[in-house]
Design a protein around this ligand. Structure first.
Ligand code: PGA
Length: 246
């Protein structure tokens, strides 16, 4: 099965710098079969829609509002993102959870908003270091998933993938072992089975994210049950990211 590689630009580069980045990136991944997705600042959407429409690469937002429209200064709605040509949105990244005070309920609302306009969701979940060391990882992920997916029908899950990103692994250079990731992905699939069906769990794409680099990516992408990678820092270098995608 084709793997996914998602590049999360966070708040990095200007639109013109992103355009120069694509000058270097696109020729390098010409024959690459990976499903590549850029999650970009909204300021970069016009460059992305112009430059990526003739390729197989998709792009998406890093967040959307839980509201449809109206008095939400500084926010961007589901329809606005979709109308710019985006196919995806990240939801519940640990940085948006923390900085924008997202709640489990607002994350659920954002997922519903995304699905309303056919935006595909990359739902980020992960445990803290404390939860990992006190063996509460599964419980923490269960709480996050139970609320995030509340009220959804099983057929809506096909437009959702889960990015397992331990909070302590994001931007730290630390990662779980491949065995820990394999076990956690199994836990995530078990939670989906409990909330929906075995079939739903089998079909759910689960990505790993957190301190992925060009040199460690292949050991993570080969882990049983892992459908791809979510890359932060290492996607900002066009050559490195192209190698990760390949
Ligand atoms: P990182 O970020 O690869 O820089 O650890 C991952 C993420 O935040 O999605």
């Amino acid at each position: 099965m084709k793997k996914f590689v998602v590049g999360n630009f966070k708040m990095n580069t200007t639109p013109s710098q992103f355009s120069s980045y694509l000058d270097e990136f696109l020729p390098r991944i010409k024959d690459c079969k990976t499903n590549i997705i850029f999650c970009l600042p909204a300021t970069h959407f016009h460059v992305a829609s112009l430059r990526l429409s003739a390729t197989n690469i998709k792009f998406g937002a890093q967040n959307i509002s839980s509201e449809k429209c109206g008095a939400c200064t500084g926010e961007i709605s589901n329809e606005m993102v979709k109308d710019c040509g985006a196919d995806y949105t990240l939801i519940g990244h640990s940085e948006t959870r923390r900085k924008f005070k997202e709640t489990p309920e607002s994350i659920n609302q954002k997922i519903i908003r995304a699905l309303e306009v056919n935006l595909k969701v990359i739902l980020c979940i992960g445990e803290t270091k404390y939860e990992r060391t006190t063996k509460k990882t599964k419980l923490s992920l269960k709480r996050q998933l139970d609320t995030a997916l509340k009220g959804l029908y099983e057929n809506e899950l096909r437009n959702i993938m889960i990015a397992y990103e331990p909070i302590w692994a994001i931007g730290t250079g630390k990662t779980p072992t491949p065995k820990e990731i394999e076990d956690t992905v199994k836990d995530i699939k078990d939670i989906i089975t409990d909330n929906f069906t075995v079939r739903a769990a089998e079909k759910m794409n689960v990505l790993y994210g957190g301190s992925i680099t060009e040199s460690n990516c292949s050991q993570f992408s080969k882990i049983k049950g892992v459908s791809g990678l979510l890359v932060g820092g290492a996607c900002l270098n066009a050559k490195s990211f192209a190698n990760i995608c390949k």
